[in-house]
Design a protein around this ligand. Structure first.
Ligand code: NDP
Length: 307
């Protein structure tokens, strides 16, 4: 039986852990599928206040982890598979392990969506990427493909044009979800060629262990073609990691946790922080801020219910 369990070890979870640990709550952090969250797969972070020269994402997250440990946070690896939030103490299951806690902070983040073609998964890290900031540098002077029609795709294509010699921006519809200004910026970029309406059928070539091109189907003409490329950036959004909470915590239409009065969920004693409840700002600093708020609210909740 724990005072506080924090699900997730990204920026939000670790900030919550620092605050909860300093409040003598001896928090337990369950690491999740991607320990360190999205910062752990980023390169230089230039907009986290306090680092005028910037700081590498993995270093920033490692510092936060050490800081949380320093004040007495316990860490366990494992991702939550099911929860029972119908009564207190809350019950959590992660594989064969079960946990009980008086207060819960959900900071399980959001994961990049994939297209779902087999070859894409096989070539992740071998030319297929979901993070332009992390991997753009590897594609200097090369031809690449970016898939998506939202702001992320526009932003990544524009960013990648610093490195790549040519970018084909593929989208499945002729209309774009992206904001006008970002779409126009991509359209005006001489290195970016926009291709619609196309769906990716296959990433070539798994047998060679790297990306050599992308086979796409034009859904209007029903004609397939191959676009040569050495990299594929999938920029089709993120999905919040909320599956274990379905039916127990209130979510919006996209599965993000709904919070009120800061980090409070619909279940008293359960709080949410970071990208799992924020699809708008999605920044390290806002995740950290909401982690802090969740820990303070958890502390207040425990004080009023358990002392
Ligand atoms: P969005 O959900 O806005 O867009 C996702 C895009 O990917 C859509 O065009 C969608 O197509 C396409 N897509 C989704 N699934 C598939 C699939 N399986 N195959 C092919 N295409 C697919 O996500 P974003 O990450 O772009 O943006 C999320 C939020 O973050 C938005 O609110 C955005 O404004 C914001 N943001 C803001 C930025 C900024 O202002 N600097 C930068 C980045 C994001 P379709 O349109 O057909 O559904």
């Amino acid at each position: 039986m724990r005072n506080v369990i924090i699900i997730g070890s990204g920026c939000a979870g670790l900030t919550a852990a620092i605050y909860a640990a300093r409040a003598n709550l001896s928090p337990l952090v369950l690491d999740g599928y991607e320990p360190g969250g999205q910062l752990s797969i980023t390169t230089l972070v230039e907009n986290f206040p306090g680092f005028p020269e910037g700081i590498q994402g993995p270093e920033l997250i490692e510092n936060m982890r050490k800081q949380a440990q320093h004040f007495g946070t316990e860490f366990k690896s494992g991702a939550i598979t099911s929860v029972d939030l119908s009564k207190r103490p809350f019950k959590l299951t992660a594989g064969n392990e079960t946990y009980e806690c008086a207060a819960l902070i959900v900071a399980s983040g959001a994961s990049a969506r994939l297209l779902g073609v087999d070859s894409e998964r096989k070539l992740i890290g071998h030319g297929v990427s979901t993070c332009a900031t992390c991997d753009g540098y590897f594609f200097r002077g090369k031809e690449i493909v970016v898939v998506g029609g939202g702001d992320t795709a526009m932003e990544e294509a524009t960013f990648l044009s610093r490195f790549a010699s040519k970018i084909t921006l593929m989208h499945r519809r002729n209309e774009f979800r992206a904001s006008k200004i970002m779409l126009e910026r991509a359209r005006a970029n001489p290195k970016i060629e926009i291709m619609t309406p196309v769906v990716v059928e296959e990433v070539l070539d798994v047998s060679k262990g790297g990306v050599e091109g992308v086979r796409v189907l034009n859904t209007d003409t029903k004609v397939s073609s191959v676009v040569p490329a050495e990299g594929l950036f999938v920029a089709i959004g993120h999905d919040p990691n909320t599956k274990p909470f379905v039916g127990q915590l209130t979510m919006d239409a996209n599965g993000y946790l709904v919070t009120h009065e800061g980090p409070k969920t619909n279940v008293e004693g359960v709080f949410a922080a970071g990208d799992v409840q924020d699809h708008v700002y999605r920044q390290a600093i806002t995740a950290a801020g909401s982690g802090c708020m969740a820990a303070i609210e958890a502390e207040r909740f425990l004080e009023s219910h358990h002392s």
